[in-house]
Design a binder for this molecule. Structure first.
Ligand SMILES: [Fe+2]
Ligand SMILES: [Fe+2]
Length: 237
């Protein structure tokens, strides 16, 4: 039995809960400002990757339980893409096929081994924590808030899931490089999504501060061997 046995159980519980709860009522429609539509379209593309590469690397890592958990993690990300596509449709908008930020992200991840890929993925997860929190709280539309809230709840579990796999594996100098990567990614997201952040009632600066705080907590949890990173005790508040 590995530490990931509980995570497999957690992913299974969540999948069951999703099936029982069903989807939000997309038929009621929503109105999204154009800047938010453009922003959600880009996040939708980012969520839509098939994860085959990550699954293959996890399978080669020699822990079948971890590989099973990764497959269920990928399924959750694909569900995020599906929910965002339905949200866009209910706002009368379409999905997009690609965006430069996703192309860069995917190329970078493919070129890396499992550990480095997880480091890059964790950056995407903490950016997602900030983004879906702002989308949930900044939209006055209940459907948007519900979709963002559901995705946010999953992303809050994904952070400790990745941190557990990375725990104790990264010497301090690696953390400095990690911060540089975060700074680059965050600058790109703030630049690209600035109008949407404004439309959702926040600023690039406040968004960046929130993401940096999430990243700091996540990094701390990869160093602190006493902190529980099992499901039910998320790293982030
Ligand atoms: Fe996601
Ligand atoms: Fe995630």
């Amino acid at each position: 039995m590995t530490e990931f046995t509980e995570w497999v159980r957690n992913f299974e519980d969540e999948a069951r809960r999703r099936r029982e709860t069903g989807d939000p009522d997309f038929a009621r429609g929503t109105a999204l400002p154009p800047a938010v539509v453009a922003s959600v379209q880009r996040f939708q593309v980012g969520e839509a990757g098939d994860g085959a590469n990550l699954i293959a690397k996890a399978s080669r890592a020699g822990d079948d339980v971890y590989a099973a958990a990764v497959r269920m993690f990928v399924a959750e990300e694909q569900n995020h893409a599906r929910l965002l596509a339905l949200l866009l449709r209910s706002a009368g908008a379409r999905t997009i096929d690609s965006h430069w930020s996703d192309a860069v992200f995917v190329r970078l991840r493919r070129a890396l081994g499992l550990r480095l890929e997880l480091m890059v993925l964790l950056i995407a997860e903490v950016v997602a924590l900030g983004y879906y929190r702002v989308l949930r709280d900044g939209s006055r539309d209940p459907l948007v808030s519900e979709v963002a809230g559901r995705i946010l709840a999953d992303e809050r579990r994904h952070v400790p899931f990745h941190c557990l796999r990375l725990r104790g594996e990264l010497p301090r100098p690696v953390h400095a490089v990690w911060w540089v990567l975060l700074a680059g990614a965050l600058a790109a997201v703030c630049w690209d999504h600035g109008p949407a952040l404004r439309a959702l009632g926040t600023t690039r600066r406040d968004f960046a501060v929130e993401v940096v705080g999430q990243f700091r907590s996540a990094l701390a949890s990869t160093r602190d061997l006493t902190e529980s990173l099992l499901p039910g005790r998320p790293v982030t508040p």
